[in-house]
Ligand binder design. Sequence first.
Ligand code: AGP
Length: 615
Amino acid sequence: MCGIVGYVGGQSALDVVVTGLKRLEYRGYDSAGVAVLSDGGIAAAKKAGKLVNLEKELVDRPLPGGSVGIGHTRWATHGGPTDANAHPHLDNAGRVAVVHNGIIENFAALREELVERGHTLLSETDTETVAHLLAEEFSSVGDLAEAMRLVCRRLDGAFTLVAVHADQPDVVVGARRNSPLVVGVGEGENFLASDVSAFIAHTRSAIELGQDQVVELTRDGVTVTDFDGGPADVRAYHVDWDASAAEKGGYASFMLKEIAEQPKAVADTLLGRIDAAGRLTLDELRIPATVLREADKVVVVACGTAFHAGLIAKYAIEHWTRIPCEVELASEFRYRDPILNRRTLVIAISQSGETMDTLMALRHAREQGAKVLAVCNTNGSTIPRESDAVLYTHAGPEVAVASTKAFLTQLVACYLLALYLGQVRGTQWGDEINAVVRDLARIGDDVERVLETMEPVRALARTLADKDTVLFLGRHVGHPVALEGALKLKELAYMHAEGFAAGELKHGPIALIEEGLPVVVVVPSPRGRSVLHDKIVSNIQEIRARGARTIVIAEEGDEAVVPYADHLVRIPATPTLLQPLVATVPLQVFACELATARGNEVDQPRNLAKSVTVE
Ligand code: AGP
């Protein structure tokens, strides 16, 4: 997820764009850049790192003034966070500048064609191909909006593009497919941005662009068409948020925003990894298939929520590949003198890519000769850099300390990895893999459906604000979900919360059950291993008989749980191994709402940091 700003009007474009980028920096902070039309050409500056680095660059090497410009803060997807990969990207003649948010799936083929036609590309990004394509089309049609329409029709994937051309110095052109872009309509000036927070200091009149649309801005005009140049439906509206709320997309917190972003985060993590025929393609993995075939053990190392993702990954890896899989707390891993060798595949899961415990664990693993594969959400961070390969999640920046969308995308990445291992090792037939891939392709809709039914969960959470303990139970993949639900409640509501394997209850924890004690139970599908389901229904009866207040998470149609559920939360029926993708969401919402009811600040909980870079 990147931040984009475009401006055309009477003010200093540089001032408007840089100020706008500051409001968008939460969307990505790997690099930043601006381009301004001036004196018949394009003046551009871009720097790796946070926006402050660009601002320093602009002080050291000021750009000429101009009233038309674009800018970008990057959340790296293709190519590390370097100056060369920073946006804007220009064509070789320096006549076109473009910024981009999203993933262009067919950029490699487009890049090859451009090189064959004599273009020199200077970065590793997918975006740079668009600058060269726009230059080519502009040279034949002489109009940037038309050139944009022609280029967009050749792109696959998700993208928001904003561009300027030195030969049309009074125009900014944008386009969108599956990534956000909104117009700000001013008096004698107009704006384009990823979200309204970039321009509401200047205007609260906005136009939301629809799918597959191109917008041309001049100082006094906004023209929107579809990719074929035909008329387009758009929605004009008045922004009544304040700037801070606007950064959060109108949500009260980044955590609520990120919970709501999960369907898209899941879809984005699948993007480009399932081909048109529905087959799994993980070409980005730089570990040779021979190494994956030789692996005789998988070890997952991670912390916190990422560790819970690893616990779920274990079920998938062992089920689909028949390789033994151990899951280790990274902080414990290297001190227990683990048995590792060159046939061990270590998977390091980390949202930030900077968690010191996980980094030290992977370093230890590599010293022992193991191959390390990172599952990470932050392009170019330390953990992927020090791994043999990386499978990036595409959750976009996760600002709230309590991890939500990153967790779901870690699960998706681990499922893909497990399936890929099964495919490479032949333990899964193509049709079996395709069947799971089809289920995964649908799961974002299931998550959306869960999000639409969360009001009863929020109402229930508010009634429990005065409780000081909540227990969480689960079996099979529901056990790590219970652990994750407990962690969310701990770190957000600052209350005692504990997750158990439901079968473990009778070995001690059932002594905790007392009248009115809230117990959340994650129930596996009755369509899967029905014995698992029947046993957990018995567990629910056992705790209810002792006075527990049962909060049951069960799939639609599961009637066996109804008599024993004081509160029943329905989730869509999903394949057993994929259930965590939908069962976790009510627990995230529950924890967030209960914490809010207790007056807690959910984005920055006390004592915590988003990335724990100390051991
Ligand atoms: C989860 O809500 C916490 N923020 C924390 O447990 C986190 O998952 C853990 O610190 C690991 O962080 P990482 O994924 O960035 O490595």
